[in-house]
Write a protein that binds this ligand. Structure first.
Ligand code: ATP
Length: 451
């Protein structure tokens, strides 16, 4: 069963409010590529911050890394990406379109979009051929002499090749992890379903190095930790599930993988993957580079750590949060669209609104409050249009609190604070407003949407 929220509604809200735009639009667009506007950048940054906080700041066994996008080409030979990071593709000799052989029943025929490729009499599909997903480019000034290199298709390999640096310099001992957030690139052929699958995207990956005998236990631990993280930031239980891979689905490096799936408008799909990669990567890079990537105990005994990897796409995570937060309701005979985002994810935490934009007294108080708030949280000042319309605008971008300066403020220095979800309005003193917002931001939150 697909979610009641359609992808079209999400796409249209994202465009209307400047979260996400189709990329290169004035040139007709580029498939599976998107640009992020102001609120999209703020939301995406908050997703990354919450992930980094859970991975690095709130723990003492994981450190951060930022490795290069372009790595030595041998990295991708050793990792198996040059030979094996492929999708099977078929071409249709009739309509000239290209499809993923394993996604035919999700693709549209080039002539009859209501049918799948291969379903009409005219369809003439070739045999499947393997197509490598890595983008290739060259380092060096000259086309002829430049060295061919790849844009990384995942951030993980940059972590493995730095294992020795981090273990020595950060003085970590297994079990310990290295976390990285950064861009990855894949020449995806299947059309994208908005930001679910794009040519370039950001990944949040963490490689957790453990003694081999403890790998199974840590694998189970990380599947649960990551599931809990999505729940902590508001994803409804009914829309989240863990799906262990069947043996024939496992990647070449994996001893066990579980997808954390979300019920997207396109149906249940992978949100995050958690894999037990064994010693595949450290062994492969040791053999290929000649540098021993292993752990040496104080008594001189040595072993190659096993690796547990949770890997999540920032953009896919942002899409899941948007879908889960999207809500429509009728309040006092008027439609309201609201993003019920966790306050810590919301692009703007507090909006400050002078009730009458032409009233100098109200404007002065509202500007002063806004300037005080914006030092500590992302805040917005809005004096454009009717107050009701201003509330609606903030609801649509998910702002949890709107503080309104009105006549009474001029008498007693209090403002109303309106809660996005309950619509309850309380009066608080201006002097306490900053503390009030900061307090509420730290309180646990769960969505009022039915599970
Ligand atoms: P899929 O089966 O959807 O192609 P995958 O199994 O190839 O994904 P991984 O290599 O495990 O994906 O990547 C880890 C995570 O990175 C995925 O769970 C997803 O959140 C994200 N991701 C992967 N490819 C893309 C993409 N093209 N666009 C956006 N996010 C992506």
């Amino acid at each position: 069963m697909a979610d009641a929220v359609s992808m079209d509604k999400i796409v249209s809200l994202c465009r209307r409010r400047g979260f996400v735009f189709p990329s290169s639009e004035i040139y007709g667009g580029l498939g599976s590529s998107y640009d992020y506007g102001h609120y999209g950048v703020l939301l995406k940054d908050n997703v990354k911050q919450r992930w980094l906080s859970a991975m690095v700041q709130e723990r003492d066994d994981i450190v951060a890394l930022d490795s290069s996008i372009i790595l030595h080409p041998q990295v991708w030979e050793a990792s198996g990406h040059v030979s094996g990071f492929t999708d099977p593709l078929v071409d249709c000799r009739f309509c000239k379109k290209r499809f993923r052989a394993d996604h035919l029943d999700e693709s549209e025929c080039g002539q009859r979009p209501s049918k799948h490729p291969g379903e009409t009499d005219n369809c003439d599909l070739t045999e499947a051929r393997q197509f490598n997903l890595m983008f290739e480019t060259r380092v060096g000034a000259l086309e002829e002499t430049g060295v061919p290199v790849y844009l990384r298709p995942e951030t993980a390999q940059g972590i493995f090749i730095n294992f020795k640096n981090v273990a020595q310099i950060a003085r970590r001992k297994p079990p310990f992890g290295i976390a990285q957030v950064g861009k990855s690139f894949r020449n995806e052929i299947t059309p994208g379903n908005f930001i679910f699958r794009t040519l370039e995207f950001e990944q949040m990956e963490m490689e957790f190095f453990v003694p081999p005998t403890d790998a199974e236990e840590w694998y189970g631990y990380w599947v649960q930790e990551r599931y809990d993280w999505h729940r902590r930031y508001g994803i409804r239980e009914s829309h989240l599930r863990i799906r262990p891979h069947e043996a024939d689905e496992l990647s070449h490096y994996s001893r066990g993988t579980s997808d954390i799936e979300y019920l997207f408008p396109i149906g249940w799909s992978e949100l995050e993957g958690v894999a037990n990669r064994g010693d595949f990567d450290l062994t492969a890079h040791t053999q290929s580079s000649g540098t021993k990537l292993e752990w040496v105990e104080q008594d001189g005994s040595r072993y190659t750590p096993h690796v547990i990897e949770p890997a999540l796409g920032v953009n896919r995570s942002m899409l899941a949060f948007l879908v889960d937060a999207y809500d429509e309701e009728v309040v006092a005979d008027r439609d309201r669209t609201v993003l019920r985002l966790h306050p810590q994810l919301a692009p703007v935490k507090a909006a400050v609104l002078p009730l009458i934009a032409k009233d100098e007294g109200m404007v002065a108080k509202a500007r002063a409050l806004y300037e005080e708030l914006r030092v500590v949280v992302s805040a917005e000042y809005d004096d454009g249009g009717q107050i009701g319309r201003r509330y609606r605008r903030q609801d649509e971008i998910g702002t949890p609190w709107a503080l309104t300066v009105d006549e009474q403020t001029l008498e007693d220095d209090t403002v109303t604070i309106r809660d996005r979800d309950s619509l309850v309005q309380e009066r608080i003193s201006i002097a306490r407003a900053r503390e009030h917002v900061l307090d509420r931001l730290q309180q646990p939150w769960s969505t009022p949407k039915p599970d």
